[in-house]
Design a protein around this ligand. Structure first.
Ligand code: BDP
Length: 598
């Protein structure tokens, strides 16, 4: 799906701002949209999560539908244009009403969807837009919520009659089976864009390298009548090659490649035309390949220095925050990191555009997190397979052209139940499905939790083995000697698989300003000791091709006895101030080059 663009043939109207908003009061039920009821509510900003905008506790703990409303009039001079309403992300389920008519609905809170409203939205006449949003999570949603009242943290599942009774008695609550706050609402921009009536609906660009030439394969998908063409310019605006027709292969002599920073992340601009329509996109020439225990970018072995991240900030929640994204890029450069994983859902498209330009490598993850949370086999009882496939399809359709995206992650940490045939069949077939979809043939992985790696049959089948391990934190807590002993036993196992391994999560909760001369858990000194001890082991193993500490920054999560003011494993605080460990990594990563380290 193309990102909305303003250019010679297209217009974009931003529908952000203050919208009327009301939480469902439980009496109206699904999909109900009543202008008067919503208008009596409060004003909230779009885009943003609604949870931290208002002091009423209901905003934070709401479970169910909420309604947004605004009116607008588009200019009369758009009368001959095709009009499309685009929602970049509504979390988690959306029903959209234009002048009372349900025009589209969408499941999944982290990917865009659109509705063609040509003929429905009359230029010059006021229109009413209502968006009903459902934040409920369960065994059919991604991310997944627990059913049956199971809490993520704590010993809430104990066999205590009064607790069991209270769980049945209480109002419905969302019980995420994942460790980040279930921020909801219209989290990313809402825009109306125009195209001519005959238009470009998609562009796919993949690249290769042949000696000093860059090879560019393109496919232009169109609707209506016209001739398709493409023109490629270099950074100075000079046309370097062009082609005619809906698909083809072009060559760029002496091509400049896209390299991760501090290499040059060189971008070319492709301008595609079809009839009256035009669309431009930046792309990079680069290749990605796994060979033995190496991850090759442009044929050279790359070492991942970076983080698991979140889209999370004070007040905005998970709402699109461009200022924060830019700050994060700056902090990534400051720490000499070169990559991150979009744990645990696809991020806003603007972040990928920034990473293309800034030379930051992305492992792009779906929202398949929290799969489990039941003593039963989730693959047999859950109803999520087709949704998972849709999400992968839409993710690749959205992000396929970004040079920064080098690998797909199908999901994070399904519960330990990765051993039975049902789990194997699920992930194995999903891996093949994902592989077949990507025109760029990127490696595919899924991220495995701390489990019985000997019994696990899925992780070892991935192109890159991605493991989250908390030796010294959740187990062998505080005992770094024992943690390293255990880690090495496991690394010996992975060494035999002859595949590249990335530690996609490891970390320790740390309270900034809490100092100890003899490092114990939660102190800044312990966080440094923890990382320093473990990193020394990675350095000894050539198949360990990346380290992604968990997490880039502290983040908000569900309340519970294991979390005080969120998850505190950040190298940075939530407002992006460095803890001691950030300085530690900054020093370490300065010494580790992007390429040929291993
Ligand atoms: C991992 C999860 C991550 C959590 C982290 C933690 O992948 O989402 O935040 O543990 O507990 O298992 O800090």
């Amino acid at each position: 799906m193309l990102y909305p663009e303003i250019n010679e043939s297209r217009n974009v109207i931003d529908l952000g701002g203050a919208w009327s908003f009301r939480l469902d009061d439980g009496t109206h039920g699904e999909g109900w949209a009543d202008s008067a009821f919503i208008s009596e509510g409060v004003q909230v900003p779009v885009p943003a999560s609604y949870n931290d905008i208002n002091e009423d506790l209901e905003f934070r703990k709401h479970c169910g539908w909420a309604y947004y409303r605004r009116t607008f009039t588009i200019p009369k001079n758009l009368a001959d244009e095709r009009l499309v309403l685009r929602f970049d992300a509504v979390t988690h389920y959306a029903k959209v009403y234009l002048d009372g008519e349900l025009i589209t609905e969408h499941k999944g809170g982290f990917l865009p969807f659109e509705a063609d409203v040509t003929g429905k939205l009359v230029p010059g006449k006021e229109a009413e837009l209502i968006v009903a949003v459902d934040n409920r999570i369960n065994h059919s949603t991604l991310p997944m919520g627990n059913e049956g009242g199971t809490a993520f943290f704590g010993s809430d599942n104990a066999d205590v009659p009064s607790v069991i009774a209270a769980k049945k008695w209480r109002r419905p609550v969302n019980l995420p089976n994942f460790d980040f706050f279930n921020y909801a609402g219209i989290n990313r921009p809402v825009r109306l864009y125009t195209t001519p009536m005959s238009y470009i609906s998609d562009v796919t660009i993949t690249t290769g390298i042949d000696g000093s030439s860059g090879i560019v394969h393109y496919v232009i998908t169109t609707e209506g009548n016209g001739e398709a063409s493409i023109e490629i310019r270099d950074g100075s605006g000079k046309v370097v090659t062009e082609g005619k027709g809906n698909s083809g292969t072009l060559h760029i002599e002496n091509a400049r490649l896209w390299w991760p920073y501090p290499g040059e992340p060189y971008l070319y601009k492709a301008t595609v035309r079809f009839g009256e329509d035009a669309y431009s996109l930046d792309f990079g020439i680069r290749t990605v390949k796994v060979e033995g225990t190496r991850f090759l970018i442009n044929g050279r072995p790359f070492y991942f220095k970076g983080f698991g991240k979140h889209e999370d900030s004070a007040i905005h929640g998970r709402g699109f925050d461009f200022v924060l994204d830019m700050k994060d890029i700056s902090m990534i450069h400051w720490m000499d990191a070169n990559s991150f994983r979009t744990s645990h859902y696809p991020y806003a498209e603007e972040m990928y555009q920034l990473c293309d330009r800034e030379g930051i490598v992305i492992i792009d993850e779906t929202p398949a997190v929290g799969m489990g949370g039941t003593t039963e086999d989730i693959y047999r009882i859950g109803n999520f397979r087709s949704h998972h496939e849709d999400v992968i399809k839409d993710l690749i359709a959205r992000d396929k052209n970004h040079p920064s995206v080098v690998m797909w992650s199908m999901g994070n940490e399904p519960d330990v139940v990765t051993y039975p045939d049902s789990a194997y069949d699920y992930w194995h077939s999903l891996y093949e499905y994902t592989k077949a979809l990507d025109p760029d043939g990127r490696p595919v992985t899924f991220v495995c939790n701390q489990n019985n790696y000997e019994r696990d049959r899925i992780t070892r089948e991935m192109d890159v083995i991605c493991i989250n391990r908390y030796y010294g934190w959740y187990n062998l807590s505080g005992d770094m000697e024992a943690a390293v002993y255990a880690l090495n036993i496991e690394l010996d196992f992975w060494e035999k698989q002859n595949k590249p391994v990335i530690m996609t999560e490891y970390g320790a909760d740390t309270l900034p300003g809490f100092h100890l001369s003899s490092p114990e858990m939660f102190s800044e000194e312990f966080q440094v000791l923890y990382y320093d001890t473990i990193n020394k082991e990675f350095d000894k193993r050539s198949f360990m091709i990346g380290e992604h500490p968990w997490n880039f920054a502290d983040f908000n999560t569900i309340q519970g006895p294991m979390r005080a003011d969120g998850n505190r494993k950040g190298l940075l605080t939530r407002d992006r101030r460095p803890k001691m460990a950030a300085h530690y990594f900054r020093k370490r990563w300065k010494e580790i080059p992007n390429f040929d380290y291993k």
